[in-house]
Write a protein that binds this ligand. Structure first.
Ligand SMILES: [Zn+2]
Length: 75
């Protein structure tokens, strides 16, 4: 669920878990997205999936979330 309707993709900057979540496909299980544990909310400006893919390719230390963006997760 989006916290701000303008933003779809949330970046987790926690160094132990650098990843991006899709808030339109958030998973609420105890070991899944855990968005509410993320302290600092930083978003991709774009809501387009193609821009997310481009961002991930330019920011290789980040991965797509295994739960809400499993199609882009590289493990
Ligand atoms: Zn997620």
């Amino acid at each position: 669920m989006r916290r701000d309707p303008r933003y779809r993709f949330l970046i987790n900057d926690n160094p132990v878990r650098l990843e991006v979540h899709d808030l339109d496909n958030e998973k609420y299980g105890p070991f899944e997205c855990q968005i509410n544990e993320i302290r600092k909310l930083r978003y991709l400006v774009s809501t387009q999936e193609s821009n997310l893919v481009a961002w991930l390719s330019e920011n290789s230390s980040y991965d797509a979330c295994a739960y809400c963006l499993s199609q882009y997760n590289t493990g």
